[in-house]
Design a protein around this ligand. Structure first.
Ligand SMILES: Nc1ncnc2c1ncn2[C@@H]1O[C@H](COP(=O)(O)OP(=O)(O)OP(=O)(O)O)[C@@H](O)[C@H]1O
Ligand SMILES: [Mg+2]
Length: 272
């Protein structure tokens, strides 16, 4: 049974494997409503794998993923589908449907969930969210005609359009220039403000981590266990583990948007 007093999401002793191969174990943390929670660690340490466990795409080798006190994998398929309906997800690749224009991509969650009956009202809502992310003028564009940053923003619009209580963002600003990156941070903050959602954010970007994350976990790829947990700015000042210290004190190289831009998209490149 859902327990409104319980944390929104509680990860308890999670162990993640692909067959015999251990990715991470002993992963435990709680996420409360309205929190932005960062998942940090080296490439290959298991951050995207964690996200896939949190949204029910992968089943844990051990431990639990608990929503509102309800163990995801102990619940029936109907309850699990109900929980999944409350997730908004931006995958690492943005993963827009290439055969649909931006507007139709953003309409998908509204159509799937059937929350807004009227077709015109669904379009209005989709256009409203596209305007939040600065993409209203590109609603009719196909994903192949968008720059990397525009794809990310369209993906973000699709992830938030149905006002999910939980938003999962896998490297939303990877590959963007610093200005676009900061703009995305502001967007995530304003979406949290508007909807009160909690956000699980996988990112390597230190400015983002320090600017918007309230809490975090750090995966170690050597020992395959989390080696730090807490507010990133506090970890920066207190963490003694050399890997965490080096990560949080490193010079952050400027991310660069290397995605190919079409003439139409490059017109708006300053907007990404
Ligand atoms: N479907 C899969 N089958 C087998 N191994 C996988 C699968 N998906 C990921 N892995 C492995 O799990 C490990 C963790 O991958 P994951 O994508 O979670 O890392 P990550 O921390 O997100 O890295 P990055 O920062 O590069 O995105 C990697 O070694 C990867 O090769
Ligand atoms: Mg990843």
């Amino acid at each position: 049974m859902a327990d409104e007093q319980a944390p929104l999401l509680s990860v308890q002793g999670l162990e993640m494997r692909f067959g015999e191969r251990l990715i991470q174990k002993d992963v435990s943390f709680d996420i409360e409503r309205g929190t932005i929670f960062a998942v940090m660690g080296a490439s290959g340490s298991g951050k995207s794998t964690l996200l896939k466990h949190l949204i029910g795409l992968l089943c844990p080798a051990a431990g639990k993923v608990v929503y509102h006190g309800e163990d995801y994998w102990a619940a029936g398929e109907e309850q699990r589908a109900g929980l999944r309906a409350g997730f908004g997800v931006l995958f690492q690749s943005a993963a827009l449907w290439s055969s649909m224009n931006v507007l139709d991509n953003v309409l998908l969650p509204l159509e799937r969930l059937g929350r807004i009956e009227d077709e015109g009202a669904r379009r209005d809502r989709a256009m409203e969210v596209l305007s939040w992310v600065g993409m209203a003028d590109f609603a009719q564009y196909m994903p192949s005609d968008l720059s990397g940053g525009m794809k990310k923003r369209a993906g973000l619009a699709r992830a938030v359009v149905a006002e999910p209580p939980l938003l999962f963002l896998d490297e939303p600003s990877a590959g963007l220039d610093p200005i676009a990156s900061r703009r995305l941070d502001d967007l995530v903050l304003s979406i949290r403000e508007r909807s009160g959602c909690a956000v699980v954010l996988v990112t390597h970007e230190l400015p983002s981590i320090f600017a918007i994350a309230d809490d975090s976990v750090f995966f170690d790829s050597e020992t395959k266990v989390p080696i730090a947990h807490g507010k990133p700015s506090e970890l920066r000042d207190t963490a003694t583990h050399p890997t965490v210290h080096a990560f949080l004190h490193r010079e952050n190289p400027d991310p660069v948007d290397t995605s190919p831009a079409t003439p139409a998209a490059s017109k708006a490149a300053s907007d990404t």
